[in-house]
Ligand binder design. Structure first.
Ligand SMILES: NC(=O)c1ccc[n+]([C@@H]2O[C@H](COP(=O)([O-])OP(=O)(O)OC[C@H]3O[C@@H](n4cnc5c(N)ncnc54)[C@H](OP(=O)(O)O)[C@@H]3O)[C@@H](O)[C@H]2O)c1
Length: 249
């Protein structure tokens, strides 16, 4: 494969958890991988070719970081094309509908999950190739159902699905597809923190998840890779695809 043929993927939140597993999967398949996280220091063992810090909730940071990435791609690959954008950066938090709930936390959670997906997508969409470009947004099963104490996270992840459908229609004339993935419980720091709050253990999944176990980050990464690469996905767009071991049936 020449440098010019090698495809480029940009993954947000690529330093840890699901994002880090997606980075490894695409590297294994020979893609050029660019990944951002809130802090560059959190990329401890990442295989990404180009790692950078960017708070996806801040428009100016997104614009400046993409400008630097494009200059880098131009110098190293003689191309400013990005084939695939994966909006994975996420932030969860407890935020019930209570007068004492923090408005700042509401804004942060909406900012990272929803505004960040919108900002990255609007600046990367012009760089995607017609006919083959793709965007994959990581939503959640909480984008499909509510829980009482996660108002901001549920609103943001439902919003990501609405945005996915709107973007899919907007980009359809260019034959670019946009889909959302809705994971259930995935073994990451985010899930560990939530389980701690709820006072539940992994053994509880034997009853609450029909398939009876955690999803491993590499399983989400495999699914994302298949969606991004198989010709069988060419006509799939605007969908919210669930991978949750049957948890919300
Ligand atoms: N784990 C689950 O059970 C589960 C279930 C459903 C959906 N999801 C979704 O899957 C995605 C990945 O989750 P995860 O469990 O892997 O989370 P995680 O382990 O907490 O990792 C979160 C990632 O997002 C990055 N990030 C956070 N705030 C950011 C910001 N303002 N700008 C840029 N990057 C930011 C973090 O960067 P730093 O390292 O610099 O903080 C990190 O790379 C999220 O969208 C999450 O909502 C997770």
């Amino acid at each position: 494969m020449t440098q010019h043929q090698q495809k480029t993927v940009l993954i947000t939140g690529g330093s840890r958890g699901i994002g880090s597993a997606i980075v490894s999967r695409f590297k294994k398949e020979g893609w050029y991988v660019a990944a951002c996280a809130k802090s560059e220091k959190s990329f401890t063992q990442s295989l990404a070719d180009y790692k950078f810090a960017c708070d996806v909730s801040q428009g100016n940071e997104v614009k400046n970081a993409l400008h630097s990435l494009l200059n880098h791609l131009d110098q190293t690959k003689k191309s400013k094309k990005i084939d695939l954008l994966i909006n994975n950066a996420g932030l969860a938090g407890t935020n019930p509908l209570d007068p004492d709930s923090s408005d700042e936390l509401w804004e942060q959670i909406l900012g990272v999950n929803l505004h960040g997906t919108y900002l990255m997508s609007k600046y990367v969409a012009p760089l995607l190739p017609d006919e083959t470009g793709k965007i994959i947004n990581i939503s959640s099963v909480l984008g499909l159902k509510g829980v009482p104490d996660q108002s901001a996270y549920c609103a943001a992840k439902h919003g990501v699905i609405g945005l996915t459908r709107s973007m899919a229609l907007y980009l359809a004339p260019r034959r670019i597809t946009v889909n959302a993935i809705c994971p259930g419980w995935v073994r990451t720091e985010m899930a560990a923190q939530r389980m701690n709050e709820l006072g539940i253990a992994e053994t509880d999944f034997k009853t609450s998840v029909p398939l009876g176990r955690f999803i491993e980050p590499f399983e989400i990464a495999d699914y994302v890779y298949q969606l991004a690469s198989t010709p069988a996905s060419a006509m799939i767009t605007g969908q919210a695809l669930t991978i949750d071991g049957g948890a919300i049936l």
